[in-house]
Design a protein around this ligand. Structure first.
Ligand code: CAA
Length: 380
């Protein structure tokens, strides 16, 4: 068993780390305060190939493995989790979904732009009454022969206002329950497609989260993904990989908060010495680092499973469940190590604590991950 990163993985990690420090760190507090979408930063991430990392080079992607992708998401998240969720959704939900299940025409028309960062994508499953209970889709797509008519509302959509292309899940036949669900590619600007107000969020405030409203939107039949009735499985299979991305994001938030706490503890003095010399602080650092290492093993194992062609549904869910808890715990402890300064924006850790929370909610809450894991455990 070899736990070391390859030379290529180290190069990718260093490139992402350097990019995060030089391009994401400046302005991260201001973007968080103003809920400002990182337009310039996303453009540069597209140029670096971070937006279509795993896509086949023939469609403009980087042709990299999932481990590389997880490393990049982790490094970006150490500094700016708003940027990393844009990367995560575009790579593992939108690009992966299209590359794996789309037609050649769909790939040529949409994937080539998404993989190169010319366009941004969004994944639209959640609804006001269908978050965890994803089969209860109220959005409908009625078959009209050569097109569908789409009606309904989607909620909490990452990249909601900034995306160019949207993968929208909708009910096409209520009687068939989850087998009557389909996924469609919808373009921004189509008649009847309205972008709702931007959400004012606790964390990842730089990312762009909206509700979307579809009023009799005409969707050509060639924009359906997969066979009729494949939409729910499409969502589940795509989310299984998306969860590896969010697990890597959680790992990065924890790592970023830990790094800051460690550095701070080496310079801040109390009771006549640097606070890292007090066991109360040193033990916190030990616990933080140990849990981060454990989370890293789960995240890398899930990424490795995907690269090996193994089933990664359970390992991805376990990685997300555990890493998101670690992100929460470590970021809270990082604030504690900083004392009063931890409560102040300029020290970054309060933002990381706010950002950590969403990793326990999106792409399936922690409770959903436990459903996925326990069903996997008990299936035979
Ligand atoms: N892979 C393939 N197929 C799967 C699957 C998977 N991982 N999970 C379920 N399925 C299939 C099942 O086999 C079943 O198919 P058959 O009838 O042919 O056997 C079908 O899907 C229905 O499965 P279940 O009966 O298990 O469905 P369920 O209603 O009990 O729900 C669930 C399962 C795991 C709870 C699911 O609803 C779920 O994952 N919910 C959470 C949704 C979610 O993660 N939302 C996040 C929104 S996206 C987001 O957050 C993006 C963002 O912006 C960052």
């Amino acid at each position: 068993m070899d736990f070391s990163l390859s030379e290529e993985h180290i190069m990718i990690r260093d490139a992402a780390r350097d990019f995060a420090r030089t391009e994401l760190l400046p302005g991260v507090i201001e973007r968080d305060n103003a809920q400002k979408f990182p337009t310039e930063q996303v453009k540069k991430m597209g140029e670096l190939g971070f937006l279509g990392m795993m896509v086949d080079p023939k469609y403009g992607g980087g042709g990299m493995d999932t481990i590389s992708y997880a490393i990049v998401v982790e490094e970006l998240s150490k500094v700016d989790a708003s940027c990393s969720v844009i990367v995560s959704v575009n790579n593992s939900l939108v690009c992966y979904g299209l590359e794996t299940y789309g037609t050649e025409d769909q790939k040529q028309k949409y994937l080539t732009k998404l993989a190169t960062g010319q366009s941004i994508g969004a994944f639209c499953l959640s609804e006001p009454e269908a978050g965890s209970d994803a089969t209860s889709q109220k959005t409908t797509a009625i078959d009209k022969g050569d097109h569908y008519i789409l009606n309904g509302t989607k909620n909490w959509i990452t990249n909601g206002g900034t995306a160019d292309f949207y993968l929208v899940i909708a009910q096409t036949d209520k009687e068939k329950k989850h087998k009557g669900i389909n996924a469609f590619i919808v373009e921004k600007g189509w008649e009847g497609f309205e972008i709702g107000p931007k959400e004012d969020k606790l964390g990842i405030r730089g990312s762009d989260t909206h509700s979307l409203i579809f009023n009799d939107v005409k969707v050509p039949k060639e924009n359906r993904i997969g066979e009729d009735g494949f939409g729910f499985k499409f969502a589940m299979k795509t989310l299984a990989g998306g969860r590896i991305g969010i697990a890597a994001q959680a790992l990065g938030i924890a790592g970023g908060a830990y790094d800051l706490a460690r550095e701070y503890s080496k310079v801040r003095k109390a009771f006549g010495t640097e606070i890292c010399n007090h066991q109360a602080i040193a033990f916190k650092l030990a616990d933080m680092h140990t849990s981060i290492e454990a989370a890293r093993h789960l995240v890398m194992k899930a990424a490795w499973d995907k690269d090996q062609g193994n089933d990664y549904t359970m390992s991805g869910a376990m990685a997300k469940l555990y890493a998101s808890q670690v992100a929460m715990d470590v970021s809270v402890e990082a604030v504690q190590v900083h004392g009063g300064n931890g409560f102040v924006k300029e020290y970054h850790v309060e933002r990381m604590m706010r950002d950590a929370k969403i990793t326990q909610i999106y792409e399936g809450t922690s409770e959903i991950q436990k459903i996925v894991i326990s069903r996997g455990l008990l299936k035979d």
